[in-house]
Design a protein around this ligand. Structure first.
Ligand code: AMP
Length: 222
């Protein structure tokens, strides 16, 4: 299965991607995580994307599409994958179509995480992330057992620099200007599954599972 997770920052894409990875064994390809890893190792890619990420702007399409092309060529993607945070622009969607066409692979579904601005802002501003294993927490809704420490590996929890109020506003604005058009585009292509995402994570996971069951049923009929 090849699926795209679409939605604004704070919609819960990352949280749901980890659930889908566990339930369906699909590798999660998060362009944000790939960029942050590159920044962490201070690679040339990391240095070139830092300014964009810290100010909440999008990394240029060619850079982003090249990173995705390299990642989906890895052996763990042979049986399928899910893209979390890519594509985010129409040119990126076209680049994805070309990458899949080269491999004669279909895009099976786009899960659109539909969330209100108020819920997105509340989620992002309370989000805390493990500096080592990337596990996500929320100050109020999903606090760690020990304050400031990851339940899984014990490392320190940090707040992403782009989860500051000013940058959150910018990221939501960028989403509205550059990414929201993809909802219509994929709907037109009959690929969109709308997931009501203001709900608690378990409820959203139930909606995701129902949508993916439909997608799988459609695949076995094809
Ligand atoms: P995320 O972790 O998905 O919220 O992404 C964090 C940041 O990485 C975004 O605000 C962008 O600066 C950058 N980024 C992630 N994915 C993309 C993409 N598909 N296109 C351009 N920039 C991206």
């Amino acid at each position: 299965m090849i699926i795209v997770l679409l939605g604004p920052p704070g919609a819960g894409k990352g949280t749901q991607a980890r659930q889908i990875q566990e339930l369906y064994g699909l590798p999660q390809i998060s362009t944000g995580d790939l960029f942050r890893a590159a920044m962490g190792s201070d690679s040339p890619l990391g240095r070139s994307v830092k300014g964009y990420i810290e100010s909440g702007r999008l990394v240029p399409d060619e850079v982003t599409s090249a990173v995705v092309a390299e990642r989906i060529a890895q052996p763990d993607c042979r049986k399928g994958f899910m893209l979390d945070g890519f594509p985010r622009t129409l040119p990126q969607a076209q680049a994805l179509d070309a990458l899949l066409a080269e491999r004669s692979l279909p895009l099976d579904a786009v899960l659109y995480f539909d969330v209100s601005d108020a819920v997105a802002i509340e989620r992002l501003s309370g989000r805390r992330t493990c500096s080592r294993c990337n596990a996500n927490y929320h100050e109020r809704h999903m606090p760690p057992k020990q304050a400031g420490r990851c339940d899984r590996c014990g490392s320190a929890l940090t707040q992403r620099p782009d989860d500051q109020p000013e940058t959150i506003r910018k990221r939501l604005q960028v989403y509205a200007q550059q990414t929201r058009a993809l909802v219509e585009e994929y709907d037109r292509r009959g690929l969109l599954h709308r997931i009501a995402s203001d709900e608690a994570p378990e409820k959203v996971t139930a909606s995701v599972s129902a949508a993916l069951a439909k997608v799988q049923a459609g695949r076995s009929l094809a």
